[in-house]
Design a protein around this ligand. Structure first.
Ligand code: GLU
Length: 450
């Protein structure tokens, strides 16, 4: 497998200091090795070399004025990674940790995730190292307007359609859409995750979390089991985590933990989801406030986390849904989960498990669903939003949810069938990566060297 080593060596030279990006590339390259060895065409066509290099990367200054009148400067990104299957599609992340490595790993993952949905969307990602937390609505608006002052010239409904990700929700999408409209004079379906009042799609907000649970349910059903009665750990308390918990309750399971950047909440009788929604969606507050209503719950601040991992994965449960961020589940966390009898891991976040944790899950033969398959319901429903915008229609909640369920079922079947085809029925990482790769690679070959 010299090509993996060589590709990473080349990337380290041409794109230094991008460890998350190398991690994402290495995982994909390792799992597709069975088809690379047997298909010389991929090598002759330099598919790997072309895939790991984004078609276009835009980096820009985002200056804005805060409420005290000080000038702030952030760094903005849009990486248009691969358009073989359709317009670039992928979210924007506003978080202080954002850098070129994070955006490139997310953009790279997005290519295969989007391919797995079966829909005509290419892969892209963007964002800024801006922290919306603690900022006033006016500050967020000025930041979003400045961000769009550069981004607008690179996007369009048939070229590149950004959406939300960490730190970018309906508020930020609204401010960016308003500025796009002002700059271009066009009411385009250029962003997804829009408000329901002006072009958004029902179920988009819920889609990533719901989809992650639908996928877990398929994994369990294939083993003759179900989520009914299962106790679950759900990390995060953003859009993905909240709607994963909602769907878990609807399917008869009980989420007992969730978390935010300050700590982990454990509530033995089950998380009070209405309260979490109120704290996070309305008050934009911290989970510690949950204790005001439920003094029997336990809150562990990040300062008390184990040195080798995260407090949430140390609770005993049947299933784990990492729905927060990349590398939030370490090897030691994976060992603890397995020792405690956890039988399902379904990743709502992008690349939440460290590589060694992934290896342990696959070796142990539990039901393990990798992020790019499990969380694809979000971007798939974004494409449904694009379809509604383009045809000037709006579909009912039931119609969109039906389509989402069908898409998640198809992703599961494609993934597991591909894993079986390569003699590793339990390795859905291999299944997802090969299935996604094949679709993109064949489209690239058919479209020539561009
Ligand atoms: N940020 C989400 C993801 O990681 C959604 C992207 C989109 O809807 O375009 O897939």
């Amino acid at each position: 497998m010299a090509y993996i080593h060589n590709t990473i060596v080349d990337l380290k030279q041409s794109s230094p200091a991008q460890s998350e990006f190398y991690q994402a590339v290495e995982e994909v390259l390792e799992s597709i090795s069975p088809i690379l060895d047997s298909n010389l065409n991929y090598q002759q066509q330099a598919i790997i070399q072309r895939m790991v290099e984004p078609e276009r990367q835009i980096m820009f200054r985002v200056p804005w004025v805060d409420d005290s009148g000080n000038i702030q400067v952030n760094k903005g990104y849009r990486v248009e990674f691969n358009s073989a299957l359709g317009p670039y599609k992928g979210g924007l992340r506003f978080h202080p940790s954002v850098n070129a490595s994070i955006i490139k790993f997310l953009g790279f993952e997005q290519i295969f995730k989007n391919a797995l949905t079966g829909l005509p969307i290419g892969g892209g990602k963007g964002g800024a190292n801006f922290n919306p937390k603690g900022r006033s609505d006016n500050e967020v608006m000025r930041f979003c307007q400045s961000f769009m002052n550069e981004l607008y010239r690179h996007i369009g409904p048939t070229t590149d359609v950004p959406a939300g990700d960490i730190g970018v929700g309906a508020r930020e999408i609204g401010y960016m859409f308003g500025q796009y409209k002002r700059l271009t004079g066009r009411y385009d379906g250029v962003l997804t995750g829009k408000s329901l009042l002006w072009g958004g799609s029902l179920v988009r907000k819920e889609a990533t979390g719901y989809g992650a649970v639908y996928f877990a349910d398929h994994m369990l059903n294939a083993r003759g089991e179900s989520l009914q009665g299962q106790r679950c750990l759900v990390s995060g308390s953003g859009n993905v985590a909240i709607y994963a918990m909602e769907k878990l309750y609807q399917l008869g399971a009980t989420p007992i933990c969730c978390s935010d950047s300050s700590g982990t909440l454990y509530h033995q009788e089950g998380i009070d989801l209405k309260l979490v929604k109120q704290i996070k969606e309305q008050q934009r507050g911290s989970l510690i406030e949950y204790l005001n209503n439920h003094p029997d719950a336990v809150y562990t601040p990040t300062s008390d986390y184990p040195a080798d991992g995260h407090a949430i994965w140390r609770y005993q449960a049947d299933a784990a849904f990492p729905c927060a961020t990349q590398n939030e589940l370490t090897e030691a966390d994976a060992e603890t989960l397995l020792d405690n009898g956890c039988k399902t891991v379904s990743e709502g976040a992008n690349m939440p498990s460290a590589q060694k944790a992934v290896d342990l899950f696959i070796q142990s033969s539990i039901a393990y669903g990798p992020g790019k398959a499990v969380n694809a319901g979000g971007v798939a429903t974004s494409q449904l939003e694009m379809a509604q915008n383009a045809s000037m229609q709006s579909w009912s909640f039931e119609q969109v949810d039906q389509k989402l369920q069908q898409i998640m079922k198809n992703i599961f079947i494609t993934t597991i069938d591909t894993a079986r085809e390569f003699g590793q029925p339990n390795n859905l990482v291999l299944g997802a990566n090969i299935a996604g790769f094949r679709r993109v690679a064949h489209a690239m070959i058919e479209q020539g060297v561009v």
